[in-house]
Design a protein around this ligand. Structure first.
Ligand code: ADP
Ligand code: MG
Length: 262
């Protein structure tokens, strides 16, 4: 892949690997709160293939975010193994972990987490500051990522000048900047109205169709129906892990929903 070319959806296609992208065995996470131990994960084993689109459901406190933080190499399990693309994450140094986070994983959060006094373009360029990309390529790739999420014309806007849905789209563009193989989204539609939520999911489905692996936390059953697979957490365990029989197409649903002015 020529680094000077702007990214396209095709560049994100990284499926076709036979080994699972994510392999997790006997994952436990215990937080020490003074005298008490909080068991956030109590033995979670799961494998996720490249190209999958997984919705993680479960009540508040069931361990979803803890699980996502471990998948994202933001936190380490107390016990258990995590293989990412066949690499045992436990054996990596902090520096190697940071590199993996930056190069292989894109993050999207409920609160967008954009830098406020920074344009959409600069926000999107951020992850590339830590990789060897020239200034010009950085801008080209950021513009391409913004175009991918439908925000080409808003590159110069600051977060305060954008709607919630637009801010989340900037966050998605930023997550895509380094062409990750895994997109982790923790309640990405939690702060959005229902049409805007479906618009965000439409982007995810489009990216997933081109091979990007997505793991998305949601507490809305309607949103989970857009994924290919649904995993339900309960009290730090996986309670259910099912294929979604025929995932709904966000692009189709959008045609039936009234538009709100941008
Ligand atoms: P969810 O995302 O499903 O709401 P979390 O993974 O955030 O659940 O939390 C699982 C459990 O672990 C909860 O009981 C929560 O209070 C606890 N927990 C999460 N993070 C911490 C932390 N940093 N310190 C102590 N307890 C925590
Ligand atoms: Mg959570």
């Amino acid at each position: 892949m020529g680094s000077s070319n702007p990214i396209t959806v095709e560049d994100l296609a990284k499926s076709g690997d036979t080994a699972p992208l994510i392999e997790v065995r006997g994952l436990r996470k215990t937080y020490q709160l003074g005298e008490t131990e909080v068991h956030a994960l109590r033995g979670v084993s799961v494998s996720i293939s490249a190209g999958d689109f997984v919705a993680i459901m479960g009540a508040s406190g069931s361990g979803k975010s803890t699980f996502m933080n471990i998948l994202g190499c933001l936190d380490k399990p107390t016990v258990g193994q995590y293989l990412l693309e066949g690499i045992d994450v436990a054996g990596l140094t902090k520096k190697e972990l940071a590199r993996i986070r930056n190069q292989k994983i894109g993050f999207v959060f409920q609160n967008f987490n954009l830098l406020g006094r920074t344009s959409a373009l600069e926000n999107t360029e951020l992850p590339m500051l830590y990789s060897r990309v020239s200034k010009k390529d950085r801008e080209n790739r950021a513009r391409a990522a913004l175009a991918l999420v439908g925000l080409a014309e808003r590159a110069g806007h600051f977060p305060s000048q954008l709607s919630g849905g637009q801010q989340q789209r900037v966050a998605i563009a930023r997550a895509l900047a380094n062409q990750p193989s895994l997109l982790l989204a923790d309640e990405p539609t939690g702060n959005l109205d229902s049409r805007t939520a479906v618009e965000i999911i439409e982007i995810f489905q489009r990216l997933n169709a081109k091979g990007l692996t997505i793991v998305l936390v949601t507490h809305e059953p309607d949103i989970a129906q857009f994924a290919k697979r649904e995993i339900v957490f309960r009290d730090g365990h996986i309670k259910r892990d099912d294929v979604v029989p025929s995932p709904q197409l966000a692009s189709e649903l959008l045609k039936t929903l009234p538009t709100i002015e941008d």
